[in-house]
Design a protein around this ligand. Structure first.
Ligand SMILES: [Zn+2]
Length: 481
């Protein structure tokens, strides 16, 4: 079994913000889970940048740099942001790469040869902000794009069209067979009713575009940016060694891009004669301290700010535990500070520190008999159940339940007193506590990858524990930003 996980590729002219980090950290957490289960060689995790856009040309112009130099710099910025917050991607794709152009040509040619592309006249509204054609019914009462509050350009040009209309019934069939093609259910139902309302053919090329990949059979036309972008998922595994990853593809995406990922993309794949992804999952959106994030409000938070203050594991747990993956929610600075102070430092950090100090002090570091690997396995299986369902918040909550139960056991049994009256009983308590720590360590490899190595050190080898360490340093004045 293999697992191929992808994030959307991000617009290169955006700055990585916490919304991008949320999706990327969630996918990273899933990748770490599957690597444990299947072996690292059977998991492939892709992220990257979407670069063939008119917005790129404008942003490069503004920066005063030649386009390739500008792209190199900005794509590098995305990459280093992901490196800094500990994203374990296996490949970073840029849609201006040669390998992508080759795969796009190959797939487009197949769709063309299959008779699903024709030339026609397009007349309509094009919003440069959305990089998409809008219908009359999409516009607000002033005739503007509701997202960008700008009147879209009227475009009348000869374009190539993809026969999306041909695939409506086929799409309904494949969704009936494989509901995992879009989860959660709410998102799937939206897409199904969109398909049932009737699909129009879509324009897939622009004659006037400066940026983009030319059509293989007509050099004067550039491929519409969304059409080429989706193909990135196939490009990255389009080699003899990696192509069999395709059958296990799992796309993680935001709920705003399901029409592209769950209507157009599967239709393209069917037309090209390629298998569909195994699963797709659309996550929700969140407010920050109750306020919607937007460029105009200037409240876009950088993941680096949070990571530099609290560390990568707090950033990860804070984002993924605020609300269940797939739902909408709120991310609050106050809750993050609480999570760090109460659950991470006082809960988890103290637990590890106290148990290891006590075992070193009273048992000379020797691990007592009675640590049950069966019980460790059973608790890990519960955790794995949440991960398989992508219930990331539930998985994290379960982790902290074990922390709480271990702290309760420690406080209730007071093994530092028991050692003086009943050494056998004290050893049993220490065995149970070390067993809980071992369980937490296994889960931390997935949930807290930055803290994990210190937990490994503290738990030592099969015979003896290691030295006690501080897992999470106290941070002053966290709750009053
Ligand atoms: Zn728009």
């Amino acid at each position: 079994m293999k697992k191929y996980l992808t994030t959307p590729i991000y617009y290169v002219n955006d700055v990585p913000h916490i919304g991008h980090a949320y999706c990327t950290l969630a996918t990273d957490t899933l990748a770490r889970y599957w690597r444990e289960k299947l072996g690292a060689e059977n998991v492939f995790f892709l992220t990257g940048t979407d670069e063939n856009s008119q917005k790129t040309v404008e942003a490069a112009r503004k920066s005063g740099k030649p386009i390739p130099e500008y792209l190199e710099e900005i794509a590098g910025n995305w990459r280093t942001t992901w490196d800094e917050i500990g994203i374990s991607y296996d490949d970073f794709i840029r849609t201006t790469e040669k390998r992508h152009h080759e795969t796009v040509h190959k797939i487009l040619q197949k769709i063309y040869d299959n008779g699903d592309i024709y030339r026609g006249k397009y007349e309509g509204h094009y919003c440069d902000g959305c990089e998409t054609f809008l219908k009359e019914s999409d516009l607000n009462e002033k005739g503007e794009c509701p997202d960008h509050l700008k009147i879209p350009r009227k475009i009348s040009e000869e374009n190539y069209f993809f026969k999306l209309s041909k695939y409506g019934d086929k799409l309904l069939e494949v969704y009936a067979k494989n509901p995992r093609l879009l989860e959660p259910e709410k998102r799937r139902n939206e897409v199904l009713s969109f398909i049932k309302s009737g699909l129009d053919d879509i324009s897939i090329s622009r004659e006037s575009a400066e940026m983009g990949i030319p059509l293989p059979w007509d050099e004067n036309h550039k491929i519409y940016v969304w059409f080429d972008a989706l193909i990135n998922y196939y490009t990255a595994i389009d080699t003899d060694e990696k192509r069999d990853f395709w059958n296990s593809a799992c796309h993680i995406l935001g709920k705003d891009i399901t029409r592209f990922h769950n209507v157009i993309w599967p239709a393209m794949l069917m037309s090209a004669g390629l298998p569909l992804p195994q699963e797709e999952f659309a996550h929700g959106f969140f407010t920050i301290d109750g306020v919607k994030m937007s460029k105009s409000l200037g409240n876009m938070v950088s993941p680096l700010e949070i990571s530099r203050e609290f560390g990568n594991d707090a950033l990860r747990l804070g984002l993924l535990s605020s609300f269940e993956f797939g739902n909408d929610g709120d991310f609050s600075h106050e809750n993050l500070a609480k999570l760090y102070d109460k659950k991470m430092a006082s809960g988890l950090g103290n637990l590890f520190n106290r148990v290891i100090v006590l075992v070193n002090k009273f048992l000379d570091g020797q691990k007592p008999a009675g640590i049950s690997t069966d019980e460790i396995k059973a608790e890990y299986e519960n955790f794995a159940g949440f991960m398989e369902e992508k219930k990331l918040k539930s998985a994290i909550d379960y982790f902290f339940q074990i922390v709480d139960s271990a702290n309760e056991l420690l406080n209730e049994k007071e093994p530092w007193k028991l050692v003086k009256t009943d050494m056998d009983e004290a050893k049993k308590v220490f065995a149970k506590l070390l067993q809980k720590l071992e369980t937490l360590k296994l889960m931390a490899k997935i949930l807290l990858p930055e803290t994990y190595p210190r937990m490994v050190d503290m738990l030592g080898d099969t015979e003896k524990v290691g030295e006690a360490q501080i897992l999470f340093a106290r941070i002053e004045k966290k709750s009053n930003p």
